[in-house]
Design a protein around this ligand. Sequence first.
Ligand code: PEP
Ligand code: MG
Length: 290
Amino acid sequence: RERARLAGGGGPGRTADGHPVKLLLNIGSAADLGPDAADAEGVGLFRTEFLYLDRRQPPSFDEQVAAYAEVFARTSLVVVRTLDAGTDKPLPFLGLPPEPNPALGVRGLRVDRVLPGVLDTQLDAIAAAARDTGATPWVMAPMVTTVAEATDFARRARARGLTQVGAMIEVPAAALQAEELLAELDFLSIGTNDLSQYTFAADRQHPGLADLLDPRQPALLKLIALCAEAGHALGKPVGVCGEAAGDPLLAPLLVGLGVTSLSMAPICVPAVRDELSRHTLEECRRLASL
Ligand code: PEP
Ligand code: MG
């Protein structure tokens, strides 16, 4: 297995006129940092739930520290997403009762309401892995819905010495409050998979509703624009880490809306890099004009 650090081989992504856009990776473990990862600048979405899948017991603190440290040792920019359990990512060990509407129920950060120890242990393990490796990981929570949730998450992460704290924007309510949220945080990362699902009230896994989930729709683009504008107003990064970020046809449009990074499956990086290099920032903005 390729053990090299991510070097950002091709440097940042750039538009034809040189406007930089960070190209980052979505991974589930260090095993995803194979040879085709070397072109990226870092990890924009480390989905930690893979560590918890198919288990009756949660991973131990030490097991978590080792898994996080393995990724932190490989790249200086890693955005760790805390556990996103529920709905399309069922985790049996949590023992949560079945719900009539799991996508609208106790999932993502909301699991903390019923099982607070899970998030606290995970934040402890991320902080310990950061100390062990000398890394400065960024940490973000999934399914943040209100400013109060963002504030509470940030307080708990910072209390452990984690200095770069953010939220995923996956719920329209959070996008509508992007500036208020970002005032409490260091960055936002837009999860277009769930943000589409919740904006269009269409199950992201329903094959018959794919047309409703098309991210080119103005309603979704307006929400992304709100987040990007909040980032510009406060001088803080706002990226996209949903599937849309890895689609070469959408990447210039997202850049035109004002996002500062695109995080995607490693295999998508070359095509996105190539497509961005063919459009000036002005052309990207025209594509995005609503
Ligand atoms: C998203 O919702 O866009 C996202 C990146 O998170 P996941 O696909 O893991 O729900
Ligand atoms: Mg999501």
